[in-house]
Design a protein around this ligand. Structure first.
Ligand SMILES: *[C@@H]1O[C@H](CO)[C@@H](O)[C@H](O)[C@H]1NC(C)=O
Ligand SMILES: *[C@@H]1O[C@H](CO)[C@@H](O)[C@H](O)[C@H]1NC(C)=O
Length: 387
């Protein structure tokens, strides 16, 4: 039927035009320093896609390193897991530990390109060279007890150029290169050479930690958007991706910021939902952080326990766009407008229905008998052991 195929085409166009990346941050190891292996990453990526209330939208993963934890330069097993679960990747190159480690990161990146080819490169949405390294060298970070050395801006520019050279002529050549840092790093004029070297700016913003400001949950949305807008300004037209943000579900009070599930829900509804609506790339922090440790504060959407079995700590749905309000309002205005609104309503309803039908997730590949593990007394099991 021509009508419906046109609609499908329109819906497909609409969905590709609307494809901002939505995902989480995935560390390379658990809280006890145990390396995550293929099954762990795969389990996490599948759990993210199956989160209730999110329509399967969280299909992207930000990594901090290309290196499998505990090895010198083996490719991180998250890559194979991403390929097998069709998860988009914001790659990370760790730059807070010197040139030798960066060399190893680049070596692993090249190995992944050679080993996996387009199966890998087609999933890559960007490469972040570094993560909060400029923040780490500031007096604020050092006063906050930061122990990682970070990196000077001139050296970071060198690393960025090394990665650019490494991907030249490969399947990653056209992928944007960015860096992740705090808004304070981007507005700092001493770091302007870094901004100039980037294709996009990744910003990590946590109103909870903004203890110098009025940082209650009531101000959190405004505080977040202030950081975001400062970064946009510093970027001088370059895209800004939200690479980390979140509100803790538990932990100590920071100035006026109270960590609680209820406040995390408010933060999600205000900040995450508005970013999703505004089509901004978003990597929330985080899916689950109670994994063989008890972090305080804890930012996990999911509590401790078997990641797929436990329910989220708070509702992850976003407010629905209302069609009735403008529709009713229009009837007060003019009959013609009423007709127009009515037609728009029908079309958007049909497109929405088509989109939901199209986005129906394929059944997850069957994994070798995974049965939910009983939650250990310590409440720390993050995955199905023995998978
Ligand atoms: C500004 O950036 C420079 C270079 O990264 C850094 O040394 C300095 O501490 C930063 N200043 C502040 C106030 O953060
Ligand atoms: C959050 O801030 C943004 C940017 O200023 C604004 O558009 C949005 O309406 C705010 N949301 C809430 C719930 O205050």
């Amino acid at each position: 039927m021509r009508f419906s195929s046109t609609l499908i085409a329109a819906a497909a166009l609409l969905s590709s035009a609307e494809a901002a990346y939505k995902g989480f941050n995935y560390g390379a190891f658990f809280g006890n320093n145990q390396a995550k292996v293929y099954n762990d990453f795969r389990y996490e990526f599948e759990a993210a896609k199956a989160l209730p209330g999110t329509n399967g939208q969280f299909t992207s993963a930000r990594l901090y390193t290309m290196i499998q934890h505990g090895t010198t330069k083996d490719v991180i097993t998250a890559i194979q897991a991403a390929i097998d679960t069709n998860t988009q990747l914001l790659l990370g190159i760790w730059t807070s530990a010197g040139q030798t480690i960066v060399d190893n990161e680049i070596s692993a990146l090249k190995t992944a390109i050679t080993k996996f080819g387009t199966k890998f490169t087609n999933l890559v949405v960007g490469i972040s060279v570094g993560s909060e390294d400029l923040y780490r060298i500031t007096p604020t970070a050092i006063a906050n007890g930061e122990k990682n050395p970070g990196v000077q801006p001139a050296q970071l520019v060198k690393y960025i150029n090394q990665v650019r050279t490494a991907i030249k002529g490969t399947g990653l050549a056209s992928k944007p290169i960015g860096h992740v840092d705090t808004w304070t790093a981007y507005v700092n004029a001493s770091n302007s050479a870094v901004v100039s070297a980037l294709d996009f700016l990744g910003v990590d913003a946590y109103p909870y930690w903004e203890t110098q400001h009025a940082n209650s949950i009531g101000n959190a949305n405004a505080t977040f958007y202030d950081a975001y807008k400062q970064t946009v300004k510093a970027g001088k037209g370059k895209p800004v991706w939200v690479t980390e943000t979140g509100w803790p579900v538990s932990g100590p009070k920071q100035n006026q910021a109270v960590a609680s599930k209820a406040n995390a829900r408010i933060y999600w509804e205000d900040v995450s939902c508005s970013l999703i609506k505004g089509n901004v790339n978003l990597f929330y922090y985080t899916l689950q952080d109670i994994q063989y440790t008890t972090p305080s504060p804890s930012f996990g959407i999911k509590p401790g326990g078997d990641l797929k079995a436990v329910s989220p700590n708070f509702d992850l749905s976003c407010p629905k766009v209302s069609y009735t309000a403008p529709f009713l309002l229009s009837s007060l205005l003019s009959p013609l407008l009423l007709l127009l609104m009515y037609n728009l309503f029908i079309v958007s309803w049909v497109v929405h229905a088509m989109l939901s039908a199209l986005s129906t997730e394929e059944p997850l590949l069957a994994l070798p008998s995974h049965s939910p593990q009983p939650v250990a007394p310590s409440n720390w099991i993050a995955r199905a052991n023995g998978m």
